[in-house]
Design a protein around this ligand. Sequence first.
Ligand SMILES: [Zn+2]
Length: 307
Amino acid sequence: MAVLDRATRRLIDGLKARVKILTALVVVLAIALTVMTVLYITKDTEPEKEQTASAGSSSVEDDVTSDFPASSDETGDATSDDKSSSSKKESSSSTSSKVSSDSTAANATPGDSLDSWNLKLVNPKTPLPNGFTVRTEKIKAAYARDVGMLYDARAVSYLNAMCAAAEKDGINLLVISSFRTNARQTTLYNNQVKKQKANHPDWSDEQVKKYAATISAYPGTSEHELGLAVDFNSVEESFENTKQFQWLKTHAAEYGFIMRYAKEKQDITGVIYEPWHYRYVGEKHAKKINQLGYCLEEYIDYLKNNK
Ligand SMILES: [Zn+2]
Protein backbone atom coordinates (compact mmCIF):
# COMPACT_ATOMS: atom_id res chain seq x y z
CA MET A 1 0.00 0.00 0.00
CA ALA A 2 2.79 2.34 1.07
CA VAL A 3 4.74 1.67 -2.16
CA LEU A 4 1.64 2.28 -4.18
CA ASP A 5 0.91 5.44 -2.23
CA ARG A 6 4.40 6.72 -2.90
CA ALA A 7 4.07 5.93 -6.57
CA THR A 8 0.69 7.59 -6.72
CA ARG A 9 2.00 10.61 -4.88
CA ARG A 10 4.93 10.87 -7.31
CA LEU A 11 2.50 10.61 -10.17
CA ILE A 12 0.30 13.25 -8.62
CA ASP A 13 3.32 15.52 -7.94
CA GLY A 14 4.45 15.03 -11.54
CA LEU A 15 1.01 15.90 -12.79
CA LYS A 16 0.84 18.93 -10.51
CA ALA A 17 4.17 20.14 -11.87
CA ARG A 18 2.95 19.69 -15.44
CA VAL A 19 -0.27 21.47 -14.63
CA LYS A 20 1.76 24.36 -13.18
CA ILE A 21 3.90 24.51 -16.31
CA LEU A 22 0.82 24.32 -18.51
CA THR A 23 -0.90 27.03 -16.46
CA ALA A 24 2.19 29.20 -16.73
CA LEU A 25 2.24 28.60 -20.49
CA VAL A 26 -1.46 29.45 -20.78
CA VAL A 27 -0.90 32.66 -18.77
CA VAL A 28 2.05 33.62 -20.95
CA LEU A 29 0.02 32.87 -24.07
CA ALA A 30 -2.93 34.84 -22.74
CA ILE A 31 -0.70 37.80 -21.97
CA ALA A 32 0.90 37.55 -25.40
CA LEU A 33 -2.54 37.31 -26.98
CA THR A 34 -3.80 40.31 -25.01
CA VAL A 35 -0.75 42.36 -25.97
CA MET A 36 -1.18 41.37 -29.61
CA THR A 37 -4.88 42.19 -29.52
CA VAL A 38 -4.22 45.58 -27.95
CA LEU A 39 -1.51 46.28 -30.49
CA TYR A 40 -3.81 45.19 -33.30
CA ILE A 41 -6.68 47.36 -32.11
CA THR A 42 -4.43 50.38 -31.66
CA LYS A 43 -2.98 49.81 -35.09
CA ASP A 44 -6.46 49.53 -36.56
CA THR A 45 -7.86 52.67 -34.95
CA GLU A 46 -4.93 54.90 -35.71
CA PRO A 47 -5.42 55.07 -39.45
CA GLU A 48 -9.10 55.61 -38.76
CA LYS A 49 -8.16 58.64 -36.73
CA GLU A 50 -5.94 59.78 -39.57
CA GLN A 51 -8.77 59.29 -42.01
CA THR A 52 -11.11 61.32 -39.87
CA ALA A 53 -8.50 64.03 -39.52
CA SER A 54 -7.79 64.14 -43.22
CA ALA A 55 -11.48 64.09 -44.02
CA GLY A 56 -11.87 66.94 -41.56
CA SER A 57 -9.08 69.00 -43.01
CA SER A 58 -10.23 68.39 -46.55
CA SER A 59 -13.72 69.49 -45.60
CA VAL A 60 -12.18 72.69 -44.31
CA GLU A 61 -10.46 73.05 -47.66
CA ASP A 62 -13.79 72.39 -49.34
CA ASP A 63 -15.34 75.13 -47.28
CA VAL A 64 -12.60 77.50 -48.28
CA THR A 65 -13.08 76.54 -51.90
CA SER A 66 -16.81 76.98 -51.71
CA ASP A 67 -16.36 80.23 -49.86
CA PHE A 68 -14.25 81.43 -52.72
CA PRO A 69 -17.08 83.61 -53.99
CA ALA A 70 -20.16 82.34 -55.63
CA SER A 71 -17.92 80.28 -57.83
CA SER A 72 -18.90 77.43 -55.53
CA ASP A 73 -22.33 77.60 -57.05
CA GLU A 74 -21.19 78.32 -60.49
CA THR A 75 -18.31 75.92 -60.56
CA GLY A 76 -20.93 73.54 -59.42
CA ASP A 77 -20.58 70.10 -60.90
CA ALA A 78 -16.92 70.19 -61.77
CA THR A 79 -15.91 71.32 -58.29
CA SER A 80 -18.25 68.87 -56.64
CA ASP A 81 -16.74 66.03 -58.65
CA ASP A 82 -13.25 67.11 -57.63
CA LYS A 83 -14.33 67.15 -54.02
CA SER A 84 -15.76 63.64 -54.03
CA SER A 85 -12.71 62.19 -55.73
CA SER A 86 -10.22 63.96 -53.49
CA SER A 87 -11.78 62.64 -50.29
CA LYS A 88 -13.73 59.49 -50.88
CA LYS A 89 -14.73 59.17 -47.24
CA GLU A 90 -16.44 62.51 -46.93
CA SER A 91 -17.57 63.66 -43.56
CA SER A 92 -21.26 64.31 -43.24
CA SER A 93 -20.56 68.01 -42.80
CA SER A 94 -18.81 68.36 -46.14
CA THR A 95 -21.60 66.39 -47.79
CA SER A 96 -24.20 68.71 -46.35
CA SER A 97 -22.22 71.78 -47.39
CA LYS A 98 -22.14 70.30 -50.86
CA VAL A 99 -25.85 69.79 -50.87
CA SER A 100 -26.50 73.30 -49.66
CA SER A 101 -24.19 74.84 -52.26
CA ASP A 102 -25.88 72.78 -54.96
CA SER A 103 -29.29 73.91 -53.83
CA THR A 104 -28.03 77.50 -53.91
CA ALA A 105 -26.90 76.89 -57.47
CA ALA A 106 -30.33 75.63 -58.42
CA ASN A 107 -31.93 78.67 -56.86
CA ALA A 108 -32.15 81.46 -59.42
CA THR A 109 -32.88 84.16 -56.87
CA PRO A 110 -29.90 86.51 -56.72
CA GLY A 111 -28.35 86.77 -53.27
CA ASP A 112 -27.22 89.75 -51.21
CA SER A 113 -24.07 88.20 -49.84
CA LEU A 114 -20.72 89.21 -51.28
CA ASP A 115 -20.23 85.53 -52.07
CA SER A 116 -23.39 85.41 -54.16
CA TRP A 117 -23.02 84.35 -57.77
CA ASN A 118 -24.60 87.57 -59.04
CA LEU A 119 -21.96 89.73 -57.33
CA LYS A 120 -18.94 87.74 -58.43
CA LEU A 121 -16.19 90.09 -59.45
CA VAL A 122 -14.03 89.31 -62.46
CA ASN A 123 -11.51 91.87 -63.65
CA PRO A 124 -7.85 92.14 -64.66
CA LYS A 125 -6.83 91.85 -60.99
CA THR A 126 -9.41 89.19 -60.12
CA PRO A 127 -9.24 86.28 -62.55
CA LEU A 128 -11.60 83.35 -62.52
CA PRO A 129 -10.28 80.16 -60.90
CA ASN A 130 -8.68 77.65 -63.27
CA GLY A 131 -11.18 75.27 -64.79
CA PHE A 132 -14.10 77.56 -64.00
CA THR A 133 -17.38 76.33 -65.41
CA VAL A 134 -20.91 77.69 -65.28
CA ARG A 135 -24.27 76.18 -66.14
CA THR A 136 -25.57 78.05 -69.16
CA GLU A 137 -28.76 78.19 -71.17
CA LYS A 138 -29.54 79.49 -74.62
CA ILE A 139 -30.69 83.07 -74.92
CA LYS A 140 -34.07 83.33 -76.65
CA ALA A 141 -33.28 83.13 -80.37
CA ALA A 142 -35.16 86.36 -81.19
CA TYR A 143 -32.70 88.38 -79.09
CA ALA A 144 -29.47 86.63 -80.10
CA ARG A 145 -27.49 87.41 -83.22
CA ASP A 146 -25.98 83.93 -83.47
CA VAL A 147 -27.65 80.57 -83.05
CA GLY A 148 -27.24 79.03 -79.59
CA MET A 149 -25.73 82.00 -77.74
CA LEU A 150 -25.38 81.10 -74.07
CA TYR A 151 -25.86 82.90 -70.77
CA ASP A 152 -25.75 81.93 -67.07
CA ALA A 153 -28.78 79.67 -66.54
CA ARG A 154 -29.69 81.50 -63.31
CA ALA A 155 -29.96 84.88 -65.02
CA VAL A 156 -31.01 84.12 -68.59
CA SER A 157 -34.70 84.73 -67.79
CA TYR A 158 -33.87 88.30 -66.68
CA LEU A 159 -32.00 88.90 -69.93
CA ASN A 160 -34.85 87.55 -72.04
CA ALA A 161 -37.37 89.61 -70.04
CA MET A 162 -35.34 92.80 -70.55
CA CYS A 163 -35.08 92.23 -74.30
CA ALA A 164 -38.82 91.47 -74.45
CA ALA A 165 -39.65 94.67 -72.56
CA ALA A 166 -37.45 96.69 -74.93
CA GLU A 167 -39.15 95.03 -77.89
CA LYS A 168 -42.53 96.11 -76.51
CA ASP A 169 -41.20 99.66 -76.43
CA GLY A 170 -40.12 99.31 -80.05
CA ILE A 171 -36.43 98.93 -79.15
CA ASN A 172 -34.43 96.18 -80.76
CA LEU A 173 -31.88 94.87 -78.27
CA LEU A 174 -29.69 92.30 -79.97
CA VAL A 175 -27.11 90.26 -78.06
CA ILE A 176 -23.98 90.08 -80.20
CA SER A 177 -21.72 88.49 -77.57
CA SER A 178 -22.52 86.59 -74.39
CA PHE A 179 -20.89 83.62 -72.64
CA ARG A 180 -17.41 82.79 -73.94
CA THR A 181 -15.25 79.80 -73.17
CA ASN A 182 -11.70 80.39 -72.00
CA ALA A 183 -10.49 79.11 -75.38
CA ARG A 184 -12.63 81.65 -77.21
CA GLN A 185 -11.38 84.47 -74.97
CA THR A 186 -7.80 83.33 -75.63
CA THR A 187 -8.39 83.60 -79.38
CA LEU A 188 -9.94 87.07 -79.03
CA TYR A 189 -7.08 88.27 -76.83
CA ASN A 190 -4.41 86.90 -79.18
CA ASN A 191 -6.13 88.57 -82.13
CA GLN A 192 -6.20 91.87 -80.25
CA VAL A 193 -2.47 91.56 -79.46
CA LYS A 194 -1.75 91.03 -83.17
CA LYS A 195 -3.92 94.00 -84.10
CA GLN A 196 -2.24 96.33 -81.59
CA LYS A 197 1.21 95.12 -82.59
CA ALA A 198 0.42 96.12 -86.16
CA ASN A 199 -1.01 99.48 -85.04
CA HIS A 200 1.96 100.27 -82.77
CA PRO A 201 5.11 98.83 -84.34
CA ASP A 202 7.29 100.99 -82.07
CA TRP A 203 5.81 99.55 -78.84
CA SER A 204 7.43 96.78 -76.82
CA ASP A 205 5.66 93.41 -76.50
CA GLU A 206 4.81 94.29 -72.91
CA GLN A 207 3.24 97.58 -73.89
CA VAL A 208 1.25 95.91 -76.66
CA LYS A 209 -0.05 93.15 -74.37
CA LYS A 210 -0.97 95.56 -71.61
CA TYR A 211 -2.91 97.77 -73.99
CA ALA A 212 -4.55 94.84 -75.78
CA ALA A 213 -5.85 93.56 -72.43
CA THR A 214 -7.81 96.78 -71.84
CA ILE A 215 -9.76 96.07 -75.05
CA SER A 216 -9.92 92.26 -75.10
CA ALA A 217 -9.55 90.95 -71.59
CA TYR A 218 -6.71 88.59 -70.82
CA PRO A 219 -8.07 84.99 -70.77
CA GLY A 220 -9.56 84.21 -67.36
CA THR A 221 -10.32 87.86 -66.60
CA SER A 222 -13.27 88.48 -68.92
CA GLU A 223 -16.78 88.84 -67.57
CA HIS A 224 -17.95 87.01 -70.66
CA GLU A 225 -16.27 83.87 -69.30
CA LEU A 226 -18.30 84.33 -66.12
CA GLY A 227 -21.48 84.02 -68.18
CA LEU A 228 -23.15 87.16 -66.79
CA ALA A 229 -22.07 89.67 -69.44
CA VAL A 230 -23.63 90.60 -72.76
CA ASP A 231 -22.70 93.01 -75.52
CA PHE A 232 -25.59 94.67 -77.32
CA ASN A 233 -25.95 95.63 -80.98
CA SER A 234 -22.57 97.24 -81.70
CA VAL A 235 -19.17 97.33 -80.03
CA GLU A 236 -18.59 100.93 -81.07
CA GLU A 237 -18.50 103.91 -78.75
CA SER A 238 -21.17 105.47 -80.97
CA PHE A 239 -23.58 102.96 -79.39
CA GLU A 240 -24.04 105.60 -76.68
CA ASN A 241 -25.93 107.70 -79.25
CA THR A 242 -28.50 105.02 -80.03
CA LYS A 243 -32.06 104.64 -78.74
CA GLN A 244 -31.04 101.20 -77.48
CA PHE A 245 -28.48 102.83 -75.21
CA GLN A 246 -31.01 105.38 -73.98
CA TRP A 247 -33.53 102.63 -73.24
CA LEU A 248 -30.89 100.61 -71.33
CA LYS A 249 -29.88 103.67 -69.36
CA THR A 250 -33.47 104.04 -68.14
CA HIS A 251 -34.53 100.40 -67.77
CA ALA A 252 -31.56 98.02 -67.45
CA ALA A 253 -31.46 98.22 -63.65
CA GLU A 254 -35.13 97.19 -63.45
CA TYR A 255 -34.03 93.83 -64.83
CA GLY A 256 -30.87 93.66 -62.72
CA PHE A 257 -28.34 94.89 -65.29
CA ILE A 258 -25.64 97.56 -65.08
CA MET A 259 -23.47 99.14 -67.73
CA ARG A 260 -20.24 97.65 -66.51
CA TYR A 261 -17.46 99.84 -67.93
CA ALA A 262 -18.17 103.54 -67.55
CA LYS A 263 -16.03 106.21 -69.18
CA GLU A 264 -15.03 107.79 -65.88
CA LYS A 265 -14.20 104.46 -64.17
CA GLN A 266 -11.55 103.14 -66.53
CA ASP A 267 -8.78 103.52 -63.95
CA ILE A 268 -10.70 101.31 -61.54
CA THR A 269 -12.14 98.72 -63.93
CA GLY A 270 -9.00 98.45 -66.04
CA VAL A 271 -11.26 98.26 -69.09
CA ILE A 272 -12.02 100.87 -71.76
CA TYR A 273 -15.40 102.60 -71.94
CA GLU A 274 -17.89 100.06 -73.27
CA PRO A 275 -21.41 101.47 -73.56
CA TRP A 276 -22.53 98.17 -75.12
CA HIS A 277 -21.39 95.84 -72.32
CA TYR A 278 -23.95 94.95 -69.61
CA ARG A 279 -23.60 92.74 -66.60
CA TYR A 280 -26.29 91.08 -64.48
CA VAL A 281 -26.05 91.74 -60.71
CA GLY A 282 -29.72 91.58 -59.66
CA GLU A 283 -32.30 94.37 -59.52
CA LYS A 284 -31.60 95.51 -55.96
CA HIS A 285 -27.86 95.87 -56.54
CA ALA A 286 -28.21 97.38 -60.01
CA LYS A 287 -30.47 100.14 -58.67
CA LYS A 288 -28.17 100.81 -55.72
CA ILE A 289 -25.08 100.89 -57.96
CA ASN A 290 -26.72 103.47 -60.22
CA GLN A 291 -27.92 105.50 -57.27
CA LEU A 292 -24.42 105.60 -55.78
CA GLY A 293 -22.76 106.21 -59.15
CA TYR A 294 -20.31 103.40 -58.53
CA CYS A 295 -18.75 100.78 -60.74
CA LEU A 296 -18.95 97.17 -59.54
CA GLU A 297 -15.47 97.31 -57.97
CA GLU A 298 -16.43 100.37 -55.91
CA TYR A 299 -19.78 98.84 -54.97
CA ILE A 300 -18.18 95.64 -53.70
CA ASP A 301 -15.77 97.70 -51.58
CA TYR A 302 -18.76 99.67 -50.32
CA LEU A 303 -20.57 96.45 -49.34
CA LYS A 304 -17.45 95.15 -47.58
CA ASN A 305 -17.14 98.34 -45.56
CA ASN A 306 -20.83 98.52 -44.69
CA LYS A 307 -21.38 94.93 -43.62
ZN1 LIG B 1 -18.48 92.70 -73.47
